[in-house]
Each structure stands twice: as structure tokens, then as C-alpha cells.
Design a protein around this ligand. Structure first.
Ligand code: CP
Ligand code: NVA
Length: 317
């Protein structure tokens, strides 16, 4: 029995390897089953989570707080604007103080570098609750959702259409880690970070996955089992008008979905803006699984917390 994730930080999806991603999916589904059957699973009894937010959140905050409670622990919400950070205390000092009180830190920040600074300073695990570059807790929930829908992840084809943002970066890591094929369509000027694409291709070589980048949404969705999009303007982006103008041809609508298959699912991390990146007909239509994804945030977060913070978490595998 390995304890490979115990004590680790999860700042990016590729901080975990293929076997660890499989373990996280398994743990999430096991915890989901236990919750549904009413089987107690208080693996983190007496443990504490600090949740620092520099940006708004509905799902991430709620699912971490309720998840920690269901695991027998406690979650503390910290609005970064109300902390001494606003008066110049460093991220590293903040992390060094929090680790004296809690067993794990989750933070939603602007710059990825903030998380790196906190993780370097803290002796407890640090989890990325979204930054400018990555959103790994969302993609773990998405992989759980894919496994539920298709019986597994290997060979499933996902197409992402829209802005080359934090969400697609985490999907570019997550898909090949789970043996999925990924096709990404963005405007050339808003393509994903080439470093992330190179990392995805390296993982894909090991897992025999395909990684396709294009500017043509129809090419991306042609063989897709899942079509995924995200908001056109992410939190912290200051070029809204230019980005929205460039993304006009990248809306997920019924015409684009019909270029895939009738069985193709529509996914979105939420919150969504009907009439912008997705039409209401698709968002609220029979192919949409967006609220299943949102539900699976709870189980994904619990899996991460259990495996990072408890040796007993191994019992879930
Ligand atoms: N998908 C997601 O992270 O949602 P929140 O911003 O509401 O946390
Ligand atoms: N890309 C979006 C995701 C929100 C969950 C953002 O960063 O605002």
C-alpha cells in the first residue's frame, strides 16, 4: 500500500501522476457512494482546513467547507481582503502562521506564484482553489464525471472551445493523465500557454493520448464525446472587450453541438453566461451535465483532502 499523496501540495493537475489521478478518481467515487449510502467516513476527524479567497466563489468554497465537515473536520473561511496581507504581510509569513493552526490550506489567488510562495513556506499541504493559470480541483471533478458517464476515462475524447485560460490549462494536463484525448479550439491570440501544451504533450506520449490545438471549433468537436467551454472573461482579466470580440465565433450552440454526436455531453465548470460562451438551449438541454460536474466538486475535494491529509485515506482505494 502506498501513501504517495500524503502531505503533498496540489497546485497544478500535473503535480500528480497517472496512477495518482486514478487513485483520486477512485477515492472520489468511493466517498460519493459512502455519502449516498449513509456510511460514515470521518477520515479527517479533528483536522482543520484554512480556505483563503482573493476572488469570489460559490462551488469551490461550499464544496470544500461541506466536504471537510462530512469528513469530520472543520473548514475556516478567510477573505483575503480582511487579512493582514492587505497591509503588507507576506504570503510566506501568512502560510507559516496558518500551518501552526491547520492541517491543510486551500487558496484561490490571482497569480500562480502566490501559491508557490505559500507552498514553499508551509509544512502542510497547499491546494490550488483556482489561480490565473490552473484550476485542478475542477478538473478532478470533471474526470470523476467523465468516468461516471462513460464507465472510464481512457480513450474518451474531450473538446474545449473558447478562451485559452486556467480551465483549459488544467484540462490539458488532466486529459492525458487520465488517458483521454483532447482537442482545443481557441482564437490564435488567446491560445493556451505553450509551456502547458508542451507538458500535456509529454504526458500524452506516455499515456498514448492525442493533443490537438486548432483555431477551428468544428475541427475540435468533430469526434468529441464531451464538448467543454468556460467563460470568455475570467476573474482578474482586464481585456474583456477585446477577448469577447475575438471569441465571437467560439460559442457552443446547437449548430456546433450537432457537428459532434447526439450522445456528446456538454460540460462547463460554471458559472456560465447564457448567450455568450454557450446558448441556453445547450446549457439547459439534454446533453448538458453541468450540475453533475458541480455536484462532483464535493466528492473530488473530499478525495483530495482525504488522500493528502490522512494515511487512513488509503482505505478508499
Ligand atoms: N467552478 C468554480 O470554481 O466555481 P466557483 O467560482 O463558484 O468556485
Ligand atoms: N476561468 C474562470 C473559471 C471560474 C470558475 C475564471 O477564472 O474566472
Amino acid at each position: 500500500m502506498t501513501h504517495s499523496l500524503y502531505g503533498r501540495d496540489v497546485l497544478k493537475m500535473n503535480d500528480v501522476n497517472q496512477a495518482e489521478v486514478a487513485d483520486l478518481i477512485t477515492a472520489g467515487l468511493t466517498l460519493k457512494g459512502r455519502l449516498r449510502r449513509g456510511v460514515p467516513h470521518q477520515l479527517l476527524h479533528g483536522k482543520n482546513l484554512a480556505m483563503m479567497f482573493f476572488k469570489p466563489s460559490t462551488r469551490t468554497r461550499s464544496a470544500f467547507e461541506i466536504g471537510m465537515q462530512q469528513l469530520g473536520g472543520h473548514a475556516m473561511f478567510l477573505s483575503a481582503n480582511d487579512m493582514q496581507l492587505t497591509r503588507g504581510e507576506t504570503y510566506a509569513d501568512t502560510a507559516r502562521v496558518l500551518e501552526r493552526y491547520v492541517d491543510v490550506i486551500m487558496a484561490r489567488v490571482f497569480d500562480h506564484g502566490t501559491l508557490v510562495e505559500m507552498a514553499d513556506a508551509a509544512r502542510v499541504p497547499v491546494i490550488n482553489g483556482l489561480c490565473d493559470m490552473h484550476h485542478p480541483t475542477q478538473t478532478l471533478a470533471d474526470l470523476i464525471t467523465v468516468k461516471e458517464l462513460f464507465g472510464g476515462t481512457r480513450g474518451v475524447r474531450i473538446a474545449y472551445v473558447g478562451d485559452g485560460n486556467n480551465m483549459v490549462h488544467s484540462l490539458l494536463h488532466a486529459a492525458p493523465l487520465a488517458g483521454m484525448h483532447i482537442a482545443v479550439a481557441t482564437p490564435a491570440h488567446y491560445a493556451p500557454d505553450p509551456r502547458v501544451v508542451a507538458e500535456a504533450r509529454t504526458i500524452a506520449e506516455q499515456s498514448e493520448s492525442e493533443v490537438l490545438l486548432t483555431t477551428d471549433p468544428y475541427e475540435a468537436v468533430a469526434q468529441a464525446d464531451v464538448v467543454y467551454t468556460d467563460v470568455w472573461v475570467s476573474m482578474g482579466q482586464s481585456d474583456a472587450a477585446e477577448r469577447v470580440a475575438a471569441l465571437q465565433g467560439y460559442q457552443v450552440n446547437e449548430k456546433l453541438m450537432s457537428a459532434a454526436r447526439p450522445t456528446t455531453k456538454f460540460m462547463h465548470c460554471l458559472p456560465m453566461h447564457r448567450g455568450e460562451e454557450v446558448t441556453a438551449a445547450v446549457a439547459d438541454g439534454p446533453q448538458s451535465v453541468v450540475f453533475d460536474q458541480a455536484e462532483n466538486r464535493l466528492h473530488a475535494h473530499k478525495a483530495i483532502l482525504a488522500l493528502l491529509c490522512s494515511i487512513e485515506g488509503q482505505s478508499l482505494l
